[in-house]
Design a protein around this ligand. Structure first.
Ligand code: UD1
Length: 353
């Protein structure tokens, strides 16, 4: 029997891509999602891509009774990949308690169930945001937490600390994956990132501008201490990130962890500036982007990129897809969204199935 893996937030951006990778790697995903930032249409798409049905339950992690019942109905869960969380930096500044409820309280509830139901391990979605602006680049996993610039960032730091404490005394183990900047979409063009409202992240804003849904991209700051003055990030293809979850799960289920709590940077190791991304998008898709230089965005750091040595040596995982692949699939996804004539241009969302 295939090992049953609970995927919280399994219809979201990274969760949905990981479901495909899990199914192709001999695991049986059990998807839960509260549909607050996703849609049942994503489930249809997953079933089309994988050509098989998936088990899905609409559950909110904060509904403790429903979660308890879920673990009772599926007593053979062998692992948990925990994506379900809120992730908008700006919103977290306006609604910090919402972020602590969704990203911290919900995690504690989940861990209690993992413990009482003797689930051997959990994989946690962390973020490079925990480093703040590191002094030394590329950043390694042993660098200390930096100053968090938002409640969202702090919720990831707190989440890691909770997992570190809990896994040191409990029977379950944890692997925290610190994602750098996931972008791009599945090769099929059927699933991808679907931001709510005006995108705050760079690539959805780029693709919506290229599609004519936005007038102009604003480049937040060109006076950083970088070669072209714009900020540098480590962009990683979402399918490479999905594969990293499978590599982590393999390690966890094969009992190969050398400590109960392990952390891995998941990036490509290469940094690109905002202007380099715009230029790559134009080159790959033949779509020049209207943009203007704007003020720096509060809370942004200047540059970060990963040291991925640990992931490649310990997980035997490394990113395979290029910036070209990221830009091509991101645009293909946007084009497909447009072709399906989604009703609202300002809020491209799936309607209910
Ligand atoms: C942010 C979060 C990160 C989170 C990620 C996904 C912080 C510091 N970072 O990453 O933890 O996982 O979002 O939600 O909390 N940019 C523009 N114009 C735009 C949009 C972005 O120039 O319209 C620039 C930004 O200033 C930045 C780069 O593009 O330099 C990437 O921005 P973005 O995609 O929002 O990701 P991060 O801020 O790096």
């Amino acid at each position: 029997m295939k090992p049953l893996i609970l995927v919280t937030g399994g219809l979201g951006y990274i969760g949905s891509h990981t479901v495909i990778e899990l199914a192709q790697s001999g695991y049986e995903p059990l998807i839960i999602d509260n549909l607050s930032n996703s849609s049942l249409r994503v489930l249809d798409r997953l079933e089309t891509i994988a050509d098989r049905p998936f088990t899905f339950e609409k559950i909110d992690l904060n509904d403790h009774a429903a979660m308890k019942h879920l673990f009772q109905r599926y007593p053979n869960i062998r692992g948990v990949i925990h994506f379900a969380a809120s992730k908008a930096v700006g919103e977290s500044i306006e609604k910090p308690l919402l972020y602590y409820r969704n990203n911290v309280s919900a995690l504690v509830n989940l861990l209690e169930l993992v413990e009482t139901n003797s689930v051997p391990g959990i994989i946690f979605s962390s973020s490079c945001t925990v480093y703040g602006q590191p002094n030394i680049l590329p950043v390694t996993e042993s660098m200390p937490f930096g100053k968090a610039s938002s409640p969202y960032g702090r919720s990831k730091q707190i989440g890691e600390q909770i997992l570190m404490d809990a896994s040191s005394t409990s029977a379950f183990t944890c692997i925290a994956l610190r994602y750098f900047n996931p972008i791009g979409a599945h090769e099929s063009g059927l699933i991808g990132e679907l931001p709510n409202g005006v995108p705050s992240n760079l690539v959805p804003f780029i693709t919506q501008t290229a599609a004519g849904l936005r007038d102009k991209l604003r480049v937040f700051g060109n006076d950083y201490n970088t070669p072209d003055g714009t900020a540098i990030r480590d962009y990683i293809h979402v399918m490479d990130l999905a594969a990293a979850h499978v590599a982590a799960l393999n390690r966890q289920l094969q009992g190969k962890q050398t400590s109960n709590y392990e952390i891995f940077n998941i990036g490509t190791g290469q940094g690109f500036s905002v202007l380099e991304l715009i230029e790559a998008f134009d080159r790959v898709n033949n779509r020049p982007l209207p943009f203007k230089i704007a003020d720096r965005r509060p809370g942004d750091i200047e540059k970060i990129f990963a040291d991925t040595t640990k992931a490649s040596q310990v997980l035997q995982w490394r990113a395979k897809r290029s910036l070209h692949d990221m830009m091509r699939t991101a645009w293909q996804w946007q084009e497909n969204l447009m072709n399906e004539s989604f009703t609202s241009t300002t809020q491209p969302q799936y309607d209910n199935r």
